[in-house]
Structures are given as structure tokens and as C-alpha cells.
Design a protein around this ligand. Structure first.
Ligand code: BEZ
Ligand code: FE
Length: 304
């Protein structure tokens, strides 16, 4: 391996992978080298541009901390997170589709009984959520673990509200015998993804909006079914078509019904105008075990 050229360097690097023990790792690395070299050749990357890229990735790493994952955010804004999900979690027609998990899921969320107020006393338009979990035949799925979390009326999650330590606007719930669950909270607002790091620099360099449409996150796990990591967006939200993390799907748009005080389905429960969100989630049975496993674990483990 001497006197390598801009063409022969690619097979030379790939040949060094021949003793890789894990065949999937070998496959991933070979493809990575091939695509990376093709990219460098195609774009005729200069030394200054290469150094800028290295600096960008270095800053991305330095921005990571136990509470911030800038690389996942980078994956989100480049569409890789949703692409990996689309490849691994294709759902049949009618089954609830996934969206991004995002950085605001917390394991230390409280468990609540049905219809509890999970708002933590934060101000906002009352939100009533009536959920149902069923299988593909419409039969209820009792005992499903349902995580919900969302932002406040200013678009902040609990950990971003100054002075707030305790979890709020999040809960771990369970479906009852009829597959239903419910809670009361406050209506969430849209918010910008973190823009003060290298991903924010990338977004402003490309004149992209940081704003996510409003949403309520829902993560459902039930024995014998595929996990659903999803969110519900108001169908009239102004940011649906510019979501910076590509998480919007038509099937995840929902009517956030607005009702007057003491009127409508929750009359007696709300003495001020309120929002009602109703949704049935359809779970898919677990698939047969995957043909091969990857050495890289990119999914977030959700222990519950
Ligand atoms: C979220 O919806 O919580 C989120 C998802 C991806 C990036 C930032 C936030
Ligand atoms: Fe979110």
C-alpha cells in the first residue's frame, strides 16, 4: 500500500477491514469509507473545508453533556433520526407511526392514576387528553405503559422553567381494562430546538427555522407489541411544514378541540375555555427477531 492515488486509496482502506470479526461492523465500515471517500471526491473538499468540518464536529462533541446531546440533535436536523426510524419501524396502514423521541424525555417522571392533573400547577389553557390503545383489530390493550410529556404555554419543558426542579407536564400512565388512559394538563406551545450550539450555527447558516410545531409526546410500551414513540400535533399549527427535525406525519395531526368554559364534553371540569385532545393509538405486534444485529446501539433505552 504505497503511492496511493485519490482513487486507489479507497480500496486500500477497505482492505484493512478484512479481519474485522463482526460481519455487520465490517459491512457498515466498508460502506462508510466508500461513501465518505466518494463525498470528498465529488465535492472536491479543500483542506480548509475539511478543517472546518473537523472543527464543527469537535464543537458538537464539546457541546454534549450529561443533559445535552448535540450529536443526536445534529442527526435530527439532518433527517438521519427519522430515516433510521423509517427503515426500522415501518408500520402497516392504520398503525400509529413514530416520530422523534427528542431530548426532553425523563426517567424520573411521576406515575399517575387515570385523569390526574399532571401540569404541576403551571399556568395555561387547560388540556384534557383522552387516549385509547388498541391492537390492529381494534381490541383494547390493557396494562400498556404510556409516557406523556410536553412543553408549557411558553414552549418550555419542565427542566427549562426557571426555578422548577420537580418534573411537571409529564407522567407515566397505564391503560385500564378498556385500553383507555387520560390526564389533565395545560396546552403546549411550539418552541425552538436548542440554537446556541454548533447545530444552531448550522441552522442559521442555512437560514432554517428552529421552531417545532406544538405537540404532546406519547411513548407506549405493551407486552407483545412494538414500542410506539410518537407525538400529536395540532392540525392547524403554523410550523408543521418547516419542522427542523422532520418529525411531522399527516397521521399524527390531530384536532385540538377548543371549548368554552363549562361547555362541551368536559363541562363541569373546566370553568374556563379549554382544549380537548382525543386519540386512539394502534399498536403493531412484535416482529420476528431481526436477521442481524448491529454493534452500534443508537436507540435510547427506556427503562420503566
Ligand atoms: C422534541 O420534540 O422534544 C425535540 C425533538 C428533537 C429535537 C429537539 C426537541
Ligand atoms: Fe418536544
Amino acid at each position: 500500500m504505497r503511492d496511493l492515488t485519490s482513487e486507489t486509496i479507497t480500496p486500500a482502506v477497505i482492505s484493512t477491514l478484512r479481519d474485522t470479526k463482526d460481519p455487520r461492523l465490517a459491512e457498515i465500515l466498508e460502506s462508510l469509507v466508500r461513501h465518505l471517500h466518494d463525498f470528498v471526491r465529488d465535492i472536491e473538499l479543500t483542506e480548509d473545508e475539511w478543517a472546518a468540518g473537523v472543527d464543527f464536529l469537535t464543537r458538537t462533541g464539546h457541546t454534549c453533556s450529561p443533559t445535552r446531546q448535540e450529536f443526536i440533535l445534529l442527526s435530527d436536523v439532518l433527517g438521519v433520526t427519522m430515516l433510521v426510524d423509517a427503515l426500522g419501524n415501518g408500520r402497516s396502514a392504520g398503525a400509529t407511526q413514530n416520530s422523534v423521541l427528542g431530548p426532553y424525555f425523563r426517567l424520573d417522571r411521576p406515575q399517575y392514576a387515570d385523569d390526574a392533573d399532571i401540569s404541576g400547577g403551571l399556568p395555561g389553557t387547560p388540556l384534557f387528553f383522552e387516549g385509547r390503545v388498541v391492537d390492529r383489530d381494534g381490541a383494547p390493550v390493557p396494562g400498556a405503559a404510556v409516557d406523556v410529556w410536553h412543553s408549557d404555554a411558553d414552549g418550555h419543558y419542565d427542566m427549562e422553567v426557571p426555578g422548577r426542579e420537580d418534573p411537571a407536564m409529564r407522567a407515566l400512565l397505564r391503560t385500564d381494562a378498556s385500553g383507555t388512559f387520560g390526564f389533565r394538563s395545560i396546552r403546549p406551545a411550539g418552541y425552538p430546538i436548542p440554537g446556541d450550539g454548533p447545530v444552531g450555527d448550522l441552522m442559521s447558516a442555512t437560514s432554517r427555522s428552529l421552531m417545532r410545531p406544538a405537540h404532546v409526546h406519547v411513548l407506549i410500551e405493551a407486552t407483545g407489541f412494538q414500542r410506539v414513540t410518537t407525538m400529536l400535533f395540532p392540525s392547524d399549527d403554523p410550523y408543521l411544514d418547516t419542522d427542523p427535525v422532520f418529525g411531522v406525519k399527516q397521521s399524527l395531526l390531530e384536532t385540538y378541540e377548543t371549548h368554552e368554559a363549562d361547555a362541551g364534553p368536559c363541562a363541569g371540569l373546566a370553568h374556563e375555555p379549554y382544549t380537548l385532545l382525543r386519540r386512539t393509538f394502534v399498536l403493531e405486534p412484535l416482529r420476528a427477531p431481526a436477521r442481524r444485529t448491529t454493534p452500534f446501539s443508537s436507540s435510547t433505552e427506556v427503562s420503566r
